[in-house]
Write a protein that binds this ligand. Structure first.
Ligand code: CTP
Length: 367
């Protein structure tokens, strides 16, 4: 039995980046031998094991072959005869297809496909023609570009374009797309992910609501800012969706099964665009109505997130402060006391609104 460190952890180590958990490939072993050695089997589709103490993943070397479209169409072959090189050959990019003998941090890198050269040149290059069998790899390429700032080799980009043209991309399931998108959004340069997908002709198939796509569109500018400001995923998504309008945002969210918090925030932003643009000149009554329409009293954290999105999109700081002050003033009003002093919902509503307007006016005057 021989064990090698492989994949993203080795790539990250060579880039001098911190590594959370490492992946290992085992050659010359059977599943039974792995179990005997104390490993815990976890793979559903192919033999993967967890190390008894480190809990890192150890996979038996395998080859893969696509026999039918979609995810179920892969046939795996794992046996003690499968070599390390064969296992590396089934991988996506050369920088992900290197190996090093376990427990030999200074050991030589096994690099049959030129991964070290490409790592140095900061290039993502596909390992072989089997790349086209897994369209997730287009998304992975886009995500790695967003993370590492690597270029994509021209021949790899050609291949991706062909995959898009051949409809391979249409086989992607929404959950997988969102999984990769969500990670890409959180990288240092999320706009580069979209630029890459666009360059591969894949964006129009994966997220047509975002097309026609422009690097300098307001949403992409805001997204760039959002990344610089370290904003959270729902905020970054809402930034990317700026300018789409409510209906397209809903369409995009349904297509990609975007989680509710991100979708709601993006919809709220599109619905609030006009009020946000005028926030510097809204009077107390308009501010109270805006806070209510944005459900700010019940969801103050979401309103704060909305303001971060608007700030990333260029709203002046003073405007956000004005809305925050209005929200705080509204929250300071004793709604229960006012409700008890009135009879009937209409009277309560009117008295509450008047009290909140008075409170917001006082807060703005005092500023
Ligand atoms: N891999 C692949 N094709 C995929 C997914 C994974 O070839 N669609 C291979 C690559 O060699 C990759 C390894 O499996 O390096 C481990 O995959 P994973 O842990 O998903 O990704 P990482 O490359 O480790 O990247 P990340 O740091 O984003 O997790």
């Amino acid at each position: 039995m021989r064990i090698h460190q492989v994949g993203g952890s080795l790539r990250d180590e060579l880039l001098g980046l911190p590594v959370a958990d490492r992946d290992w490939v085992v050659t010359g072993a059977t599943p039974e031998q792995m179990v005997e050695a104390g490993f815990k089997p976890v793979g559903r589709d192919f033999p993967v094991f967890l190390h008894p103490t480190s809990h890192e993943e150890y996979a038996l070397a395998r080859t893969e072959r696509k026999t039918a479209p979609g995810y179920a169409g892969f046939v795996f072959h794992a046996s003690p005869e499968v070599t390390l090189e064969e296992d590396l050959a089934r991988r996506d990019f050369t920088v992900n297809a290197m190996a090093r003998v376990a427990d030999d941090a200074a050991g030589a890198i096994i690099d049959p496909f030129g991964g070290l050269r490409d790592l140095k040149a900061r290039v993502l290059r596909h390992v072989g023609p089997a790349f086209v069998e897994d369209p997730v790899r287009i998304l992975r390429a886009a995500r790695f570009v967003a993370r590492f700032g690597f270029a994509v080799a021209p021949e790899t980009l050609d291949l991706m374009r062909r995959m898009a043209a051949d409809g391979e991309v249409d086989a992607l399931v929404p959950e997988r797309v969102w999984q990769e998108f969500a990670r890409g959004f959180m990288e240092i340069d999320p706009v580069a992910m979209f630029a890459m997908l666009e360059a591969a002709d894949a964006l129009t198939r994966i997220a047509p609501e975002l097309t026609p796509w422009r690097e300098e569109a307001p949403g992409m500018r805001a997204l760039r800012q959002a990344a610089m400001r370290g904003l959270a995923l729902p905020e970054r998504f809402a930034c990317a969706a700026i300018g789409l309008g409510e209906e397209r945002v809903r369409g995009l969210c349904a297509r990609l099964r975007v989680p509710t918090d991100a979708c709601d925030l993006a919809v709220l932003h599109e619905r609030s665009v006009e009020a946000l643009a005028r926030c510097g000149s809204l009077d107390a009554g308009e501010l109270v109505d805006f806070v209510r329409q944005a459900d700010g009293l019940r969801q103050p954290l979401r309103l704060a997130a909305l303001l971060r999105v608007a700030l990333a999109a260029g709203m002046p700081e003073a405007g956000a402060q004005r809305i925050t002050r209005a929200l705080d003033a509204c929250r300071g009003v004793d709604a229960g006391g006012i409700a008890r002093a009135q009879s009937g919902p209409a009277a309560i509503q009117a008295a509450l609104r008047a009290a909140r307007i008075a409170a917001v006016s006082a807060a703005l005057d005092g500023s």
